[in-house]
Design a protein around this ligand. Structure first.
Ligand code: UD1
Length: 418
């Protein structure tokens, strides 16, 4: 298993190019199932989760071809199977998103239930409830969600909580349904908006995306498109936390600051100086960060996917901060690892109290999930001495060549193959 070796203390400087958003690309790849025409997607990051999704699609019979780095062409004109097996779904929950498109276009799907994951239980009950509302005959059998429908029918769907994946599932199901579907309590995340824009470019009729009420008028068929995936706001936010922790001055290229309001506000509060253009962000940090409290919420609130990285920053900040995780029940597994590096953090249920310390110290630590891994990288960049981060396959699921990008910014970082 690969590890990262980081020697902290170097300030960061230079430019870094932000990749396409993993969480936008995953549903967008699944949307290729909705048309027999070819779809060309640009700005697709080369990540393990993307390769897993392409494997799932390939097993269904979708033709997948990388035209050049970052550009993939998909064509679903000869589907040979309607089943996503456990072996693939268990490694990546987002594969549940083939369910809606298969059902909408072919009237049948059999997708393994994802099961729990490191950050919590993460059920898919809302996905099932919404697809049933659209007229699917849907049940759980032998660990699979099995669904059938002659033709989905437009309906009103109100989920019990805001769900990003659920909203994406219903968007991809309702675009080919008979009549109008209204999604109430819909997720407003930029990745949901990106999926809606992709579907519109394929001929779908959707309005209200980006608000909590999305209206979809079903159409008879969708056609091919050429679409560029939105930049990754979480990757961009992670690099900003890195410079806020290590100090220095960096410029992010191919970024989308208009999708990052809550993140940019908090980092400004922490003392990071920011300048933004339509697709770039310049950030400089001098001195020690100020402690900033956060409460994670659905967009446009502070994203749960940035919680761990902000905690790493707060660990070395001046003052005490309160962090409240509202979205997932078990998303503090980075805490014991940060404590191994000298952080002073107390956990009380969903709240973490972080007393900033002057200095973190390099240590051997273990990555436990994707964003937890990123928080350890940030802590290591700011720490004195050497940190070895084990199990970085978690990091590779969501960050494209992170060590290469950080090295180019002046960090002392290397991948130890093993
Ligand atoms: C997506 C993101 C993930 C991010 C999360 C919240 C992708 C691939 N992943 O995950 O990085 O952290 O949004 O912004 O885009 N829930 C249920 N039943 C359901 C669906 C969700 O109880 O049927 C709960 C979940 O357990 C969680 C909350 O609702 O507590 C929000 O989950 P959701 O927004 O669906 O997250 P994902 O789409 O899985």
């Amino acid at each position: 298993m690969d590890k990262l070796r980081i020697v902290g203390g170097n300030r960061l400087s230079g430019e870094v190019s932000i990749s396409g958003a993993k969480n936008a690309a995953l549903p967008i790849l699944c949307a290729a199932l909705l048309t027999p025409d070819p779809i060309v997607l640009r700005n697709v990051p080369a990540l393990n989760d993307i390769h897993t999704t392409l494997k799932v699609l390939g097993q269904l019979g979708v033709k997948v071809q990388w035209l050049e780095p970052g550009v993939v062409q998909l064509q679903a004109n000869e589907i040979s199977s309607y089943e996503a097996p456990y072996e693939l779904v268990k490694t990546m929950r987002a594969s549940i998103l083939v369910l809606g498109p298969l059902l909408a276009r072919f009237g049948q799907a059999r997708v393994s239930l994802p099961g729990g994951c490191a950050i919590g239980q993460r059920p898919v009950d809302q996905h099932i409830k919404g697809l049933a509302a659209l007229g699917a005959d849907i049940r759980v059998e032998h660990g699979f969600v099995v669904a059938k429908a002659k033709k989905l029918q437009g309906a009103s769907i109100r989920t019990d909580m805001v769900t990003v994946g659920g909203t994406e599932q219903f968007l991809m199901s309702a675009v080919l349904a008979n009549g109008t579907t209204v999604l109430e309590n819909a997720a407003r995340e930029p990745e949901v908006v990106d999926l809606a824009e992709l579907l519109i470019s394929m001929g779908a009729s959707i309005s209200g995306h980006g608000t909590d009420r999305i209206v979809i008028n079903g159409v008879g068929q969708l056609h091919g498109t050429d679409y560029t995936v939105v930049p990754d706001r979480i990757e961009a936010g992670t690099f900003l936390c890195a410079v806020a922790a290590a100090g220095g001055e960096i410029t992010l290229r191919n970024a989308a600051p208009d999708t990052m309001g809550a993140i940019l506000d908090k980092l400004t509060e922490a003392g990071l100086q920011l300048e933004t253009g339509s697709d770039w962000i310049r950030a400089s940090m001098h001195g020690r960060p100020r402690a900033v409290g956060i409460k994670t919420f659905e967009h446009p609130g502070f994203p749960t996917d940035m919680q761990a990285q902000i905690m790493a920053l707060d660990s070395i900040a001046n003052g005490t901060s309160f962090i409240v995780e509202n979205i997932f029940e078990n998303r503090y597994m980075h805490v014991p690892e940060l404590i191994r590096m000298g952080a002073d953090i107390e956990l009380d249920g969903h709240t973490a109290v972080v007393n900033g310390v002057q200095q973190l110290f390099g240590a051997k630590v273990m990555a436990t999930d994707l964003r937890a891994s990123a928080s350890l990288v940030i802590a290591a960049l700011a720490a004195t001495g050497e940190t070895i981060i084990d199990r970085i396959y978690h990091l590779d699921r969501g960050y494209e060549r992170m060590e290469v990008k950080l090295k180019a910014l002046g960090a002392q970082i290397e991948r130890l193959r093993g």
